[in-house]
Design a protein around this ligand. Structure first.
Ligand code: AHN
Ligand code: ZN
Length: 325
């Protein structure tokens, strides 16, 4: 009762401010503090996201069972903690398609853990141990740097984490960085060999009975001129989530990135989340009629592909989706 009363006072106070603000239009002309559409959503800083991508790249390829991988895991935990998340590292020994035992770490940052209404944000943080799409066969067994493919999604989510810690949205937010996404069989036709970290997490979520209203996966969200089609599995399992994101992107002026065409079906980390946990989850991935970008799974997946305009389009859109929940 007391709480309801307090809320009523608060609401009437707010209303009185608003009516003052609209009552004297002439004095308020040109006032940049006037409410505008999307108010309440902080401005996503693409320079900041870029720097988080650079930091990951500086470790070198983050291939499971390497020193760079372990160092990057510690970096990601520290960053999430610094932004105010409660951080968990989920470790597991996972078996690659070729029998290699992978020391895997899914890194989870929880914001506002009391909130029942939650949003799940995901990206993979590992680098692929092969450059099997490289034009030079001699490079096929070298790891990729994984800047667009890996670091970009993580960089965007770290910048979001910084804002969420500073200026909490009304929903709770869980950020999950999946490991061992990109250890898939280079011979192809082995879809189970991909997304090992997310398969594990979907079977063993960090919280008993974990639920979120919806999930969004970012994969290859940093390249210049990226095209995000409506991915097949996302449309199949999470059409409402896709439409919500693409509509918001278009409202914000990012329709050149978030195009309204549907693309093929990509086996990605959102798939186990949809199929095993039943949390409707959409994949924002640079994949179109012309396939993946040219640097995909090559030695050229480095910082030179990263464009701050793309980071801004993805980051600001997803920020608006989260803050307007
Ligand atoms: C397959 O090629 C089966 N999945 C692509 C998922 C992926 C790899 N995303 C980034 N790297
Ligand atoms: Zn990949």
């Amino acid at each position: 009762m007391y709480m309801i009363f307090r809320k009523a006072i608060y609401v009437s106070f707010l209303l009185s401010i608003l009516s003052c603000a609209s009552g004297n239009g002439s004095e308020r002309k040109g006032d940049e503090t006037m409410p505008v559409k999307g108010v309440g959503t902080p401005s996503f800083d693409a320079d900041s996201a870029y720097s988080y991508i650079q930091r990951q790249a500086d470790f070198g390829p983050r291939v499971p069972n390497t020193v760079a991988h372990e160092r990057c895991a510690a970096y990601l935990e520290n960053e999430l903690r610094r932004f105010g998340a409660s951080v968990q590292r989920q470790t597991a020994e996972l078996t690659a398609y070729d029998g290699t035992a992978l020391k895997a770490s899914n890194i989870i940052g929880v914001f506002n853990k009391e909130a029942k209404n939650r949003v799940l944000l995901m990206a993979h943080w590992d680098s692929r141990p092969f450059s099997d799409q490289d034009e030079d066969r001699a490079n096929h067994n070298k790891p990729i740097l994984g800047v667009d493919d890996g670091a970009s999604g993580v960089g965007v989510l770290l910048e979001m984490a910084r804002h969420i810690g500073e200026n909490a949205p009304s929903v709770g937010v869980d950020i999950v960085f999946f490991d061992c996404e990109d250890y898939g069989n280079p011979s192809g036709g082995d879809s189970e060999s991909w997304c090992l970290g997310s398969q594990y997490w979907a079977q063993h979520p960090h919280q008993l009975n974990y639920r979120a209203k919806f999930g969004v996966l970012l994969d290859m969200v940093g390249a210049k001129g990226a095209t995000f089609c409506k991915e097949g599995f996302s449309m199949m399992y999470a059409k409402g989530v896709v439409e919500k994101i693409w509509r918001k992107a278009s409202e914000l002026g990012y329709a050149d990135f978030f195009v309204s065409r549907q693309s093929g079906y990509i086996t990605d980390d959102h798939l186990p989340v949809n199929e095993i946990l039943g949390i409707p989850s959409a994949d924002i991935i640079n994949f179109s009629e012309s396939g993946f970008p040219a640097h995909w799974h090559t030695q050229r997946d480095d910082m030179r592909n990263i464009d701050k305009n793309t980071l801004k389009a993805v980051g600001q859109t997803l920020m608006a989706v989260v803050y307007e929940q």
